[in-house]
Write a protein that binds this ligand. Structure first.
Ligand code: PLP
Length: 427
């Protein structure tokens, strides 16, 4: 066994990982990267087909992003946003304001998706208190939802062994997820029946990603948004996974034709370079927090590293590159190719029960008799980095992926499924 794995296992505690068996899981210990490939401590290369858990958009070591980072380093790495400002953050907010699907946006920063979800929950709750409707304090979320691992985000979420924390989780109203037919009608009737006590509805627009890559029809999402607005319930769109081009438009809300009251951004915001997230409030929500200095309408919340200047500089340059490189067109074209490859070569396999894809956010669902985890391990042995999610093998390549690289991912996956499952086409 390589020395780095032993040293890692000796001191590092990995998230969502059983540490007792960690060294046996053949973990990749990354030393460096080039473009879409990660390179391990022994010089082996792995195509990053999960975009480092869905954060990498343009690949690794992008010269323009590296330059934005070092330029900012020459100015200042970080200064607090509590009560004071930073040029890099102002520039980022002005640029984001031109593209986010929200009316008169205002940006509140944090460092990870879960914290930005917490901010959205607190904003929604205090919004109603600030306008004198304290009884509107409940939340509606969907089955198969995933919004992060902090307590509030975990309360909204469903599954992922969260039962250990049930004593800390608050209760939410729950409608079906995108995998259940009629989910939107169910959610709308819950909203209508509970509007007086609901502060907000929280959804992942278009795709429930971590919950298994379930895809909604934009019409259903639009119906839900209309119900929120009709019944005076705020709509929170968690675009931590779907934002920044992942589904083929810059934001999935746009694709659904909706404008949330609160929008949550994370993962791809810095192209996968630095931890940054944001809660975006509409003008209507933001205005309800205006009041006397040191008064009770103020939003008493903030994180030490919120609005980090290095992250902001990279995020600004990243936003420019998405446009300059016409990245959305690549997502569109490669998504079509990947869809075709999956239909032709993966869907017919006996071990495969479903393939789902929206932009470059997709998953292959396997039958219960084959281990998705073993399939991913086999793919990793063959140089394609994949990580299973229950019975699903997520396919989340960088947005700049090429046709040849998609071929490589699908070939390796096809071979891994037959090696692990004994192969063969259905019927
Ligand atoms: C990943 C994810 C989160 C949590 O983000 P972290 O940065 O891991 O805390 C929240 N919501 C969605 C939809 C996600 O995919």
């Amino acid at each position: 066994m390589n020395d780095w794995i032993e040293r890692d296992a000796g001191r590092v505690w990995h998230g969502f990982t059983q540490m007792a068996t960690f060294p046996l899981q053949e973990p990749v210990i990354v030393d460096r990267a080039e473009g879409h490939e990660l390179i391990d401590s022994q010089g082996r290369r792995y195509l990053d087909a999960i975009s480092s858990l869905w954060v990498t958009t343009l690949g690794h070591r992008v010269p323009d992003l590296d330059a934005a980072l070092t330029d900012q380093l020459g100015k200042v790495a970080h200064s607090t946003l509590l009560g004071n400002g930073n040029r890099a953050v102002i520039e980022l907010c002005e640029a984001l304001a031109r593209v986010v699907p929200i009316n008169d946006p205002h940006f509140l920063f944090a460092s990870d998706g879960a914290s930005a979800v917490e901010q959205a929950l607190k904003c929604a709750l205090q919004y109603w208190r600030n306008i004198g409707l304290d009884q509107k304090s409940g939340f509606l979320a969907l089955r198969d939802a995933y919004h992060g691992d902090t307590i509030g985000a975990l309360s909204l979420g469903d599954g992922f062994h969260s039962e250990h924390f049930d004593q800390l989780r608050f209760a939410v109203l729950r409608a079906g997820g995108y995998a259940s037919p009629g989910w939107a009608e169910e959610a709308c009737s819950l909203i209508a029946a509970n509007s007086e006590r609901l502060a907000a509805v929280v959804i992942e627009p278009l795709v429930q990603a971590a919950g298994g890559m379930h895809i909604a029809s934009p019409d259903d999402v639009r119906m839900l948004a209309a119900s929120c607005s009709e019944h005076g319930v705020l709509l929170v769109c968690d675009e931590v996974a779907t934002g920044f081009g992942r589904t083929g438009s810059l934001f999935a809300s746009r694709r659904c034709g909706i404008q949330p009251d609160l929008l949550v951004l994370g993962k791809g915001i810095t192209g996968g370079y630095l931890p940054m997230s944001a809660t975006v409030a509409s003008g209507r929500v933001f205005t309800a927090f205006m009041g006397e200095d040191l008064g009770s309408r103020t939003f008493y919340h903030g994180h030490s590293y919120g609005g980090n200047a290095l992250a902001a500089a990279v995020a600004s340059r990243h936003l420019e590159l998405l446009a300059e490189w016409n990245v959305l067109a690549n997502v569109e074209a490669r998504s079509e190719e990947l869809g075709r490859l999956l239909d032709e070569r993966i869907a017919p396999l006996r071990a495969v029960t479903d393939v789902r894809l929206c932009g470059l956010l997709g998953g292959v669902e396997l039958a219960p008799w084959i281990s998705a985890r073993d399939v991913c391990s086999e793919a990793v042995r063959n140089g394609v980095l994949l990580r299973s999610l229950g019975e699903v093998v997520p396919l989340v390549p960088p947005l700049t992926i090429t046709s040849e690289e998609l071929e490589r991912i699908v070939s390796v996956l096809e071979q891994a499924i037959s090696t692990v499952g004994g192969g063969g086409a259905r019927g």
